[in-house]
Write a protein that binds this ligand. Structure first.
Ligand code: ZN
Ligand code: ZN
Length: 491
């Protein structure tokens, strides 16, 4: 190796977040391999490499690969100038796995550099430490920019737990590849999905591979933390979430909630009203000591529970009463839905289809950060029948202040709070205004006229805390079509 080739390394002193390796290549490096070493400190869970070099126009070509201190981690040739290697997922060409501290090596191959050419290269190596996702776990850019209602499914299973599809021969069922679930969601018109296998996180690697192809369907990493005391939907967490509740590993549900928060995950309680028995083990939420102040969402409508009660959101397994009881306790928790699909090719009559129900969020962009922020903020309604293009928005004003679903509005005694319900695709439906859990307390049975409709009502502020939300029901009043989140008066 000539002196001119020696890479220069610059790092910050404490806990480097970025390592930059620079150098030049000449004809002397033609058809050779080079090794650029760099030190990875402990506590790093992801390495992301951005590589760039000059004189491409003169046909200079540089291939890339990576070694950790012990083994080969991948080779992407001249195909990828950016790649990432994490504990659970890696860019195709690379192996996910432990990011062990020590001396790593960026491998360069030089298939071509012409005589007389001097190619300058820069490798920028970013060291991730499990921080919150900036945009999305599997995409560096939002898939779409701009606020609108984005529709998706937050609960589904693949071969990484107990999801199945018919085999190629069609005579039996086999573990369902992740791509089949993702294709089903794309075909349904979903904007986003979270894949939430039971306690497993091995699906992350497949999602990393699929996201670039599915550039109109955001893939959100998830896990259904499946305990003997209930199932928690954890969305957007960076890694494995300990699930062995009431063991030495995870003594209390508070410890579980703490672990999820440490990983920047969104914590939802899934299908809280399902029973816990030999048919549905640990399905109902019976965990004592739950800190509802740290519950971001409750799955009020679950596709499997709908099937179990004969279809529809209304019945003994609805999560709405459990959720409304928490709202009456003073918590602000977002109602969401999830299909709990286990068969992306299943007959919708006998198994919940992907997207049934749909969770619809008002997000600033189609990115994981924006979608999860919208859920945390409560800018959400649940479209029970799924992907019908229905909209039910609730906005309120009091004096100069205004709020949308999920937000609080100050309405001191003597003021009047004005509410506007905006609907799409609900002609003939009936609006059900719910005040502090009481249906029909303000208005009963308001019919929606037209595909795009607006309806206003008022409430005299008494200075106390109230929550007001609106559902849409079928014309005969029998079925809930849309479940809306509340506006909170005075907190
Ligand atoms: Zn479950
Ligand atoms: Zn599930």
């Amino acid at each position: 190796m000539s002196v001119v080739d020696a890479p220069t390394v610059s790092t910050a002193v404490a806990e480097p977040r970025e390592i930059v390796l620079t150098g030049v290549l000449t004809r002397a490096d033609h058809e050779t391999y080079k090794e650029l070493g760099f030190d990875v400190p402990s506590g790093v869970s992801r390495i992301t490499v951005d590589f760039d070099f000059t004189t491409r126009e003169q046909k200079t070509t540089i291939d890339l690969g990576l070694m950790d201190p012990d083994r080969f981690r991948g080779w992407s040739g001249g195909d990828k100038m950016r790649f990432t290697v994490g504990e659970l997922d890696a860019t195709p060409s690379y192996l996910p796995g432990p990011v062990v501290p020590g001396r790593w090596t960026l491998l360069l191959g030089v298939p071509n550099i012409r005589p007389g050419v001097v190619a300058a290269y820069t490798a920028t190596i970013r060291l991730g430490r499990g921080e919150a996702t900036e945009v999305s776990a599997f995409s560096d850019e939002p898939l779409e920019v701009g606020p609108r209602w984005y529709r998706g499914d937050l609960h589904m299973h693949t071969c990484h737990s107990d999801g199945t599809v018919a085999t190629q021969g069609g005579q039996k069922r086999a573990p369902g590849p992740v791509y089949r679930t993702v294709e089903a969601a794309a075909a349904r018109g979903c904007d986003f999905i979270a894949i939430t296998d039971h306690n497993a996180v091995s699906h992350h690697h497949a999602m990393r591979e699929l996201q670039p192809h599915f550039d109109r369907l955001l893939l959100i990493p998830g896990v259904e933390v499946t305990t003997f005391r209930g199932h928690a939907g954890v969305l957007g967490a960076a890694g494995f979430v300990e699930f062995r509740l009431e063991s030495r590993h995870l003594p209390t549900v508070g410890d579980l909630q703490h672990a999820v928060a440490r990983q920047h995950g969104l914590f939802a309680i899934n299908h809280p009203a399902l029973p816990s028995n030999e048919y549905c083990m640990g399905c109902g939420w019976t965990a004592t000591g739950t800190d509802f102040g740290r519950v971001d969402a409750i799955e009020v409508c679950n596709g499997g529970a709908m099937q179990a009660q004969g279809g529809g959101a209304d019945g003994v397994f609805s999560g709405v009463p459990f959720w409304e009881a928490r709202l009456n306790e003073g918590h602000r928790i977002t109602a969401i839905g999830g299909s709990d699909n286990h068969k992306p090719d299943g007959d919708p009559e006998s198994a919940p289809a992907v997207g049934s129900p749909t969770t619809v969020v008002w997000a600033e962009s189609l990115s994981e950060r924006a979608v999860l922020d919208a859920i945390r903020a409560g800018r959400v309604f649940v479209d029970v029948e799924g992907m019908k293009g229905r909209v039910l928005a609730l906005n309120a004003t009091a004096g100069e202040a205004s709020a949308m679903m999920g937000e609080a509005l100050a309405a001191p005694a003597g003021t009047t709070a004005r509410f506007v319900v905006t609907t799409r695709g609900l002609s003939g439906a009936r609006l059900d205004v719910v005040l502090d859990g009481r249906h029909g307390a303000i208005l009963a049975d308001v019919e929606v006229y037209g595909d795009a409709a607006e309806f206003a009502f008022e409430l005299a502020g008494d200075g106390a805390r109230h929550w007001i939300r609106v559902d849409a029901r079928s014309a005969d009043g029998e079925r809930t079509l849309v479940i809306g989140n509340p506006v909170y008066l005075n907190g």
